[in-house]
Design a protein around this ligand. Sequence first.
Ligand SMILES: C[S@@+](CC[C@H](N)C(=O)[O-])C[C@H]1O[C@@H](n2cnc3c(N)ncnc32)[C@H](O)[C@@H]1O
Length: 240
Amino acid sequence: MSLATRDEELRELMDDPDCDPERLAATLHRFAVVNRLVSGWGRVYRSALRPHLVGLGRPARVLDLGCGGGDLVARLAGLARADGLDVEWTGVDPDPRAHEVAARWAAPGIRFRAVDAAVLVAEGERFDAVVSNHVLHHLGAELPAFAAASRALSTGPVLHSDIERGRLAYALYTVGITPFAGGTFLRTDGLRSIRRSFRAEELAAAIAAGEVRDPADAPSPWRIDRPAPFRLLARSVGHA
Ligand SMILES: C[S@@+](CC[C@H](N)C(=O)[O-])C[C@H]1O[C@@H](n2cnc3c(N)ncnc32)[C@H](O)[C@@H]1O
């Protein structure tokens, strides 16, 4: 198996509408542990999200697109609360099975909806920041539209975090996921996710493909950072 090229044809088990519902629910619940260990959002919150929310000097609204089991929303809400910030959090995911798991985190100031970004754009929604985690690698031809919609929904930062494809990430995940994988799709889907995920220069090209640039050679509105080992952060500024 080679990781030299992105394997976009690989399908994750959790994307099968007929997959085992118990394993799927266990996978979505366990994302909370895995995301905390690997996703690097503590650093992204401190370096990019918190400064923006503090600078607003008023209550803010933040959206997590493709929130899965909802754990990132709950985690960011906890961090912001500890910082004394007044933020209303919305997590959306078009998969009703994910929505059902995410809904357990619902609380005052935290809500979840089973819709995608296009619905929110059609509703005229606006947020002070838009984030996502592990969604970009999931997407095929929809990626440029997803990225463009995320900018259309934000008046501030847009931050999409994902894995960077690589042999070391693959090897470490193979070993590291073992204690957490029982009864879930985490092992198979995690490894497939790495094979589906981007390298920095690939993501830079793919995510900007839906942007209408005027003039045509204007710089991309997206920048790709590496905020933590094996992580990519696609950053932009919204125009809602
Ligand atoms: C690997 S899961 C990541 C879930 C969660 N963000 C996390 O980090 O645990 C990818 C999620 O993206 C969602 N998704 C797929 N296409 C989407 C789209 N066009 N808009 C929003 N979410 C989407 C899927 O339903 C799935 O829950």
